[in-house]
Design a protein around this ligand. Structure first.
Ligand code: XMP
Length: 522
C-alpha cells in the first residue's frame, strides 16, 4: 500500500518530531531508555541503508561509530580494526607522547593483508630449532623467510624441508636461494597493495607467498595468496574500510589540555605533540576533557585551529548549547556530548553534575545545526537501539564499554570463576589518572598534597570476541532501526524520527520478560 497521509490519524498527536517532543519535557532529563521511536511507513530494506557520515571537511566515516579514547579501549590494534570496518579509533593519551606517535604510525602504515612483521629465521639455525618454534608458538604454517643479522633477505625456508628427518640440517643448507624467490619492491605496491599482489599471484602460477623488499633487499613484509583472496571477497562488502586520500586507514588521537608547572597551558608541548601527530598522518585530534566549556579547552582548540587550519578537531565534553557554540567558535568541527552517562563514570555521583543523554543530545544538536558543526554521542551506549536513538540527533557515537571486551582492546584476558573478562576502567578512575589522564578531570597526577577525586571506576567486561563481530551486530541493529523508520541514510533518520516517552512499565516491556532466558540475542 502507498504511503497515504491520513488527516485524522492520531499518530501526530502522540509521536512527535524532536522540536516538539523535547521542549515538551523541558523540566526533565531524558536518556535512551526513557524514549522510543515510532515506526513509519517504509520502502527501505535494512540491508540497503547507507551509514556514511561526514564529521568534518576531510573526515568521513563509512559507519558512524568511534572507539573511545580510553586506555582500556583504543590503541593501534583497535584503531586498525575500527578503520577496516569503516569506523574510527581515537588512540588514548595515557602513554608517553612518543609512544602515541608510534601507535598512530602503526595504523597509518598498516597494509591490510600484508604481514609487516613476518616470522623470520636465520641461516645459522637448525631445522630442529624451527620445528621447536612452530610447536611452542603453535604456528599453523611452516614456510619462513630467511634473513641475515641486518634484515637482508637470503632466501625462503619452504615447508617441504621443515621435517623432523632434516632436524640436524642447518637452514642455510635447506633454503631456497634468494635468486629463486619471488619478491616485489615495496615501491611497486602503490596505493592499493592488495590489487597489486592479486595481479602478481594471477601472473605467477603456483606461487602462494610474495615477499616485499626495499631497494637494499631488506625484508618488509609477506603477502599470502589466501589473505589476498579473502580481502578481495570482503571488498564486495557493503561497508568499506575508512581510508584517507592516500589509501591509508584513518586514525584519530586524543590530546589533553596539558598545563605547565605554573598551571598555564603548556602551548609549546601541545603544539609539538600535535605537530608530531600531523607528521605521522593523523586524520583528526580529539581534545578530550570532562569539561569542555572552559577557558583551557577553548584556548587549546583555538591554538590548534590557528596552527593547523585544515586539521579536523573533535573537542569536548559538553552537555549544553552554549558549550557547543563555544567550542564551535573556537574552531572545533565535531563536539563530544556526554557528561556522566558512561558505564564506568561516577561524575554525576561525585560532582552532582551531568545531563541524561537524549536531552543533552537534543540541546546540543540544535546549537550544532546553527554553528554547522557535528556532534558525537559519547557514553552510555549499551545496545544498538541506543545508537539508533542517538543518531536521530547526532552524526556519530562514541563507544567505550561496548568495545572494551573485544580482542583488539588493550589488556590481558582474565579468567574468574570460569568466565573470561577484560579490564575496563574510567579515564577518571584513580589508576587511570595516575597513569596520565588526571588533566582530563582538571586534576594533577603529581599533586600529592591532596587526594585525586576519582570520577570513574575500574571494572571488568566479559570477553566479547572480535571488534568485527561486535561491529557487525551493532551495524545490523542500526540498519534494522533505519528500516523501521523508512530512512535510507542517516540524514533521513534525523529528519524522520518521531519520539514518545516510555513509562517504567513500558521499559520493562521493552526487554525480554516473563521467560527464563536460555540464550542472549548476541
Ligand atoms: P561507555 O558507556 O561507552 O562510556 O562505557 C565511555 C565514555 O565515558 C567517558 N569516560 C568517563 N566519564 N568518568 C567519567 O565521568 C570516567 O572515569 C570516564 N572515563 C571515560 C568518556 O567520554 C568515554 O568515551
Amino acid at each position: 500500500m502507498a504511503a497515504t497521509k491520513k488527516t485524522d490519524s492520531p499518530d501526530s498527536q502522540f509521536y512527535k518530531p524532536a522540536d516538539a517532543f523535547f521542549p515538551a519535557f523541558n523540566n526533565l532529563g531524558l536518556t535512551f531508555d526513557d524514549i522510543t521511536l515510532a515506526t513509519l511507513y517504509s520502502e527501505i530494506l535494512p540491508r540497503d541503508t547507507q551509514l556514511d557520515t561526514q564529521l568534518a571537511d576531510g573526515l568521513r566515516l563509512n559507519i558512524p561509530v568511534i572507539s573511545s579514547d580510553m586506555d582500556t579501549v583504543t590503541e593501534s590494534r583497535m584503531a586498525i580494526a575500527m578503520a577496516l570496518n569503516g569506523a574510527l579509533g581515537l588512540i588514548h593519551y595515557n602513554m608517553p607522547e612518543r609512544q602515541q606517535l608510534s601507535e598512530v604510525s602503526r595504523v597509518k602504515f598498516h597494509v591490510q593483508g600484508m604481514n609487516q612483521e613476518p616470522i623470520k629465521v636465520s641461516p645459522e639455525q637448525f631445522i630442529g630449532d624451527v620445528l621447536k618454534i612452530i610447536e611452542e608458538r603453535k604456528f599453523s604454517f611452516s614456510t619462513f623467510p630467511v634473513v641475515d643479522a641486518g634484515g637482508k633477505l637470503l632466501g625462503l625456508l619452504s615447508g617441504h624441508v621443515v621435517k623432523p628427518r632434516y632436524a640436524k640440517r642447518k637452514v642455510a643448507e635447506a633454503l631456497t636461494p634468494r635468486t629463486q624467490v619471488q619478491t616485489i619492491n615495496k615501491r611497486e605496491l602503490g596505493k592499493d597493495p592488495i590489487a597489486r599482489a592479486d595481479k602478481f599471484f594471477t601472473e605467477h602460477l603456483g606461487i602462494h607467498k610474495l615477499l616485499v623488499v626495499d631497494d637494499k633487499d631488506h625484508l618488509h613484509g609477506l603477502i599470502t595468496l589466501s589473505d589476498v583472496e579473502r580481502i578481495a571477497q570482503e571488498r564486495n562488502a557493503q561497508f568499506k574500510p575508512a581510508r584517507d586520500a592516500n589509501f591509508r586507514l584513518i586514525c584519530g588521537a586524543a590530546v589533553s589540555a596539558t598545563r605547565n608547572a605554573f598551571g598555564e597551558l603548556d602551548r609549546e608541548r601541545i603544539l609539538n605533540h600535535v605537530g608530531g601527530l600531523v607528521e605521522r598522518g593523523v586524520d583528526v585530534v580529539a581534545v578530550s576533557t570532562a569539561h569542555g566549556h572552559t577557558k583551557g579547552v577553548g584556548d587549546t582548540v583555538k591554538m590548534l585551529r590557528d596552527a593547523f587550519p585544515k586539521l579536523p578537531i573533535i573537542a569536548g565534553n559538553v552537555t549544553s548549547g552554549d558549550g557547543v557554540e563555544f567550542l564551535a567558535d573556537c574552531g572545533a568541527n565535531a563536539i563530544k556530548v556526554g557528561q556522566g552517562p558512561g558505564s564506568i563514570c561516577t561524575t554525576r555521583v561525585v560532582a552532582g553534575v551531568g545531563i541524561p543523554q537524549m536531552t543533552a543530545l537534543y540541546i546540543a544538536s540544535r546549537a550544532a545545526a546553527r554553528k554547522k558543526v557535528s556532534i558525537l554521542a559519547d557514553g552510555g551506549i549499551t545496545k544498538s537501539g541506543d545508537i539508533v536513538k542517538a543518531l536521530t540527533l547526532a552524526q556519530g557515537v562514541i563507544c567505550g564499554g561496548l568495545l572494551a571486551g573485544c580482542a583488539e582492546a588493550p589488556g590481558e584476558v582474565l579468567e574468574i570463576g570460569g568466565k573470561l573478562y577484560k579490564q575496563y576502567r574510567g579515564m577518571g578512575s584513580l589508576a587511570a589518572m595516575k597513569s596520565g589522564s588526571a588533566a582530563r578531570y582538571g586534576q594533577d597526577k603529581a599533586d600529592t598534597t591532596r587526594k585525586l577525586a576519582a570520577e570513574g571506576i575500574e571494572a571488568l567486561k566479559e570477553v566479547a570476541g572480535s571488534a568485527d563481530r561486535v561491529l557487525a551486530q551493532l551495524i545490523g541493529g542500526i540498519q534494522s532501526g533505519m528500516g523501521y523508520l523508512g530512512a535510507a541514510n542517516l540524514g533521513q533518520l534525523r529528519e524522520k524520527a518521531r519520539y514518545i516517552r516510555v513509562s517504567p512499565a513500558g521499559q520493562r516491556e521493552a526487554a525480554p520478560h516473563d521467560v527464563v532466558e536460555l540464550k542472549t540475542g548476541s
